[in-house]
Write a protein that binds this ligand. Structure first.
Ligand SMILES: Nc1ncnc2c1ncn2[C@@H]1O[C@H](COP(=O)(O)OP(=O)(O)OP(=O)(O)O)[C@@H](O)[C@H]1O
Length: 584
């Protein structure tokens, strides 16, 4: 996608809606036709009353017009239905395309972007914010067309019938237009926006509260003492009260204006009728039509605040749609050299502070390198750069002889496995959870599951590999989920492996099984492992020690104990911790 600066406001909304221009035009034409037909029964009622009041009463004409009025009314609702259908079909097609576009865009953004923007926020944008656009396309546009055409056509007809009464029917509108700014403070749109913002905050607080319930309980807190939730709920309540206080006086006056909008017509109409200026049927006509067109007109006044809310969501959507995409022009394929080389790599997340500074190290093909260092030293960042979670800003990372930025992204993804700490399971069968869309046979999947020590527990499930993860009664322990994840990586069989040690060893109960799976996974691979527990990596081919984003030593365990003070200190601390025992 071209990365031009997005439009904003209504112009951006219309640009989005423009993708289904023809359908929306059809919806607008049908809405206008609906309005035209909707007025017909009122005019016919007028002719019926007129006929009733004019002797000799023409019964045939009255019957004929009653049928016509019923027919027009039915046809008008059929047109309204068709208009609504067209605008909804347009809206949901646009929503579908936007969601597809978002998914494609997310695929082109650096993986790190998705890590940084938590899944909850992305879900909100892709589900809720996109949904709001439906409101604009399916409702606001047709409402706008109706809100303009119904009063216009009605007024033209009323002016043609009797200009004096027509003017009197406009009086409430003119008066309301004059007093509206006084009734509703200018801040109303801001207040409404603030209302929705605090509602969103409270909802987010509820989600966090529910997710964190076990921790909250363990630490002896209650819902009331959990500020994220109770504080936000309180602020929302205050906001709503302030909002109601702000709008209710004006709203009250507004409603009484609307409810009594017939008074000027009634006053002038009675005078004209009794002075012989108009017939009774004309008075009835104005009492029915002269008031009916005001409501749709004022429905328009809400459109502004609605659109400003929708815009809010579109802004968030555009922040993603127009984010800088990762360079994907590379088309090189990797040879059979899968050594990894960091050459003067510097990297910053925010463009201000380098979290990696001129990092150099090489992982020879088929060997295991562990990255160790204090928390925040840059281990995860360095490991993520190998899978292009982000692109380096200075220096190069090579796999074999190729700078990874020049390698075709699909090729890089094919040759590199990244085993996350997060054991994400999809709501699919276990078979599909292992296959992960790879072109593999059932036999290969079972073989990978066996190597990852999953086969036994999967076979014991009533539906075996067809068991749907997430269905009622299906529960996998953390260790079992870890092994499924290792089975995926074994099945993928990529020559380069980046893994978090926590993934491999975090579950003591399953440690032996996981160790077997892990050994199977790493054999003959070029491996970078982010190490947290030093005892598990002493036999690695190489240990790279990091501190403050720099490499301060790299060698094997025994040599490092001699040559690297930081490593020796970390090792001493580790062995002390291992010998630590809780005494009564
Ligand atoms: N997505 C991110 N955006 C901004 N800064 C980040 C991001 N991820 C990490 N950092 C910062 O980069 C620095 C290096 O973090 P990194 O996670 O690479 O260290 P680490 O050695 O793996 O730490 P740990 O052992 O605690 O996981 C830290 O200062 C961290 O705050």
């Amino acid at each position: 996608m071209k990365e031009t600066k997005p439009r904003s406001g209504v112009s951006r909304l219309l640009e989005i809606a423009g993708k289904r221009k023809k359908l929306l035009l059809l919806s607008a034409i049908l809405a206008v036709a609906h309005v035209l037909l909707a007025i017909v029964p009122y005019i016919l009622i007028y002719t019926i009353i007129k006929a009733m009041l004019t002797p000799p009463v023409d019964v045939a004409l009255i019957q004929h017009n009653i049928l016509l009025a019923a027919g027009a009314s039915l046809a008008s609702y059929a047109l309204l239905y068709a208009s609504g259908m067209a605008s909804h079909v347009a809206a949901f097609n646009i929503l579908y395309e936007l969601r597809k576009q978002m998914a494609e865009k997310l695929g082109k953004l650096p993986l790190g972007f998705i890590n940084k923007n938590n899944s909850g926020a992305l879900k909100k944008i892709m589900a809720d914010d996109v949904e709001r656009i439906e409101n604009f396309i399916a409702h606001s546009i047709p409402d706008f067309v109706k809100g303009i055409t119904l009063p216009l056509i009605t007024l033209v007809y009323l002016f043609v019938t009797d200009w004096r009464l027509a003017i009197s029917s406009c009086l409430p509108i003119v008066l309301l237009a004059a007093v509206m700014p006084l009734l509703f403070s200018k801040k109303r749109t801001d207040v409404l926006r603030e209302y929705h913002r605090s509602l969103e905050e409270m909802n987010a607080g509820i989600v966090e509260f529910v997710r964190g319930m076990p921790v909250i309980k363990i630490f002896g807190h209650t819902a009331g003492s959990f500020d994220q939730y109770s504080g936000r709920a309180y602020r929302f309540k205050e906001m709503v009260i302030a909002y109601i206080r702000d709008v209710s006086p004006g709203f009250g006056i507004f409603i009484s204006f609307i409810s009594n909008a017939s008074l000027p017509v009634l006053a002038l109409g009675s005078y004209l009728y009794f002075s012989g200026g108009i017939t009774l049927s004309v008075l009835f006509l104005f009492l029915i039509l002269g008031v009916g067109y005001i409501r749709p007109l004022f429905a328009l006044s809400n459109l502004g605040s609605q659109i400003s809310l929708i815009n809010h969501g579109v802004k968030r959507l555009d922040e993603i749609l127009f984010s800088h995409e990762q360079e994907t022009a590379g088309h090189e394929v990797l040879s059979d050299d899968f050594s990894i080389r960091f050459e003067n790599v510097s990297f910053s997340y925010d463009g201000k502070r380098n979290v990696l500074e001129r990092v150099n190290f090489t992982v020879p093909q088929g060997t295991i390198t562990a990255l160790v260092g204090p928390s925040g030293s840059g281990k995860s960042t360095a490991a993520q750069l190998v899978a292009r979670f982000w692109d380096v800003q200075e220096g190069h990372i090579f796999i074999g002889q190729q700078d990874i930025r020049k390698v075709a992204p699909e090729e890089l993804m094919r040759q590199v496995s990244f085993v996350f700490q997060d054991n994400f399971m999809f709501h699919q069968s276990l078979y599909e959870n292992i296959r992960m869309g790879m072109d593999k046979t059932a036999a290969e999947i079972v073989a990978a599951a066996k190597a990852a020590q999953c086969h036994d527990f999967i076979s014991k499930l009533p539906q075996g590999y067809e068991t749907f993860y997430g269905s009622k009664g299906v529960h996998l322990s953390g260790g079992e989920q870890q092994r499924i994840q290792l089975a995926r990586a074994i099945l993928k069989d990529a020559p380069v492996l980046v893994l978090d040690e926590a993934t491999a060893f975090s579950d003591p109960e399953n440690e032996q099984l996981i160790q077997q799976a892990f050994n199977k996974l790493i054999s003959n691979k070029t491996v970078i492992i982010i190490a947290h527990r030093l005892s598990t990596i002493t036999s690695c081919d190489q240990i790279v020690v990091m501190k403050g984003g720099q490499v301060v030593g790299s060698d094997q365990h025994t040599q490092l104990l001699e040559s690297c003070e930081l490593y020796a200190n970390m090792w001493n601390a580790h062995t002390r911790a291992k010998n630590f025992a809780i005494t009564a």
